[in-house]
Design a protein around this ligand. Structure first.
Ligand code: NDP
Length: 307
């Protein structure tokens, strides 16, 4: 029987692991398919306190993991497919077939990239359609690419892609971005970046081997037109990873884990941290903060149980 299992190795899970390990709880941290979480898919993080020159996202999360290991946290890769209440805690079933028992659980499974839901998008996934500029930008050296979305991720991806592509076009469904002002300014004054406003993607076009363009619909004029490009980068937000918990834990209408201000879910001994429960801030620092809170609440919960 573990004291604490933490699901997720993003910055929320790793911070929870640092605090729990330093409280001698010997946490086991289970990484899902996206080890390190969304920070591993970003480049420069400029707003995490303590790094005046910025830090690379993958490096930041790697350092947090090392810090947790230093205090005795153990990391494993697997995937929770099911969990059930047992007498003194919970039993998790993992995709490897393994079953683990724990007195408490922190769910920090984060969120995964949202897709448009088009058949043509599925067809060209990995052949020009991607959700990760950091991973795939290099393949578009000397090419023209489109970025879909109007948030900070879209701005960040577009700026990153200017290192490789000859031209980057942001396609956004509205006439203004929701991204932070500083990111918008950088994008709008960049000579390699253009914006197509008020337009939605109807279809990804290609020659069956690779992407050749996008069919767009201007939502103002209803004009449908083709736009030529070699790659399409989707940056249209994320979906919380709560599938194994549906029906057992309270989720909101968008599928985010519901927690109270002490990070408790509706089941005792189960806490949430990071983007899986955050519809509002979704920042590295707020994810880390909530991981700390969850671990401190677990410590309190376990010691109250003992007494
Ligand atoms: P957001 O939810 O902020 O933005 C998603 C964007 O995609 C919106 O512009 C939205 O349009 C658009 N969109 C959503 N669904 C569709 C669709 N089906 N078709 C077309 N467009 C769609 O997500 P982000 O990933 O950009 O950011 C998430 C959080 O992470 C935010 O809090 C952001 O500030 C933060 N972040 C911070 C960074 C930084 O500080 N450096 C970097 C990256 C992210 P609409 O505007 O019309 O709703």
């Amino acid at each position: 029987m573990h004291n604490l299992i933490i699901l997720g190795t993003g910055i929320a899970g790793c911070t929870a692991a640092i605090y729990a390990a330093r409280a001698n709880l010997n946490p086991l941290v289970i990484s899902g398919p996206e080890d390190g979480g969304q920070l591993t898919l970003t480049t420069e993080v400029e707003n995490y306190p303590g790094f005046p020159e910025g830090i690379q996202g993958p490096e930041l999360v790697q350092l947090c993991k090392k810090q947790a290991e230093r205090f005795g946290a153990k990391f494993e890769t697997d995937l929770v497919t099911e969990f059930n209440k047992i007498k003194k805690g919970y039993e998790l079933t993992l995709s490897s077939g393994k079953k683990l028992q724990t007195k408490s659980l922190i769910i920090a499974t984060g969120a995964s990239a949202r897709w448009l839901g088009l058949d043509s998008e599925k067809l060209y996934k990995g052949r020009g359609v991607t959700t990760c500029a950091t991973c795939d930008g290099f393949f578009f050296k000397g090419k023209e690419v489109a970025v879909i979305g109007g948030g900070d991720s879209a701005m960040e991806e577009a700026l990153f892609l200017t290192k490789f592509a000859t031209k980057v076009t942001i396609i956004h469904r509205k006439d203004s971005f929701r991204a932070s002002k500083i990111m918008q300014e950088r994008v709008l004054k960049h000579e390699k970046i253009k914006v197509i406003w008020n337009s939605v993607v109807k279809e990804i076009l290609g020659d069956s081997k690779k992407v050749t363009g996008i069919k767009l619909n201007n939502v103002g004029t209803n004009e449908v037109f083709d736009f030529n490009c070699d790659g399409v980068f989707l940056a249209i937000g994320h979906i919380p990873n709560t599938k194994p918990f549906a029906g057992k834990l309270d989720l909101d209408e968008k599928g985010y884990l519901k927690v109270d201000k002490f990070m408790h879910t509706n089941l005792e001994g189960i806490f949430g941290a990071g983007d899986v429960q955050d519809t509002r801030y979704r920042q590295a620092i707020t994810a880390a903060g909530s991981g700390c809170q969850a671990a401190m609440e677990v410590e309190k919960y376990l010691s109250e149980g003992e007494n």
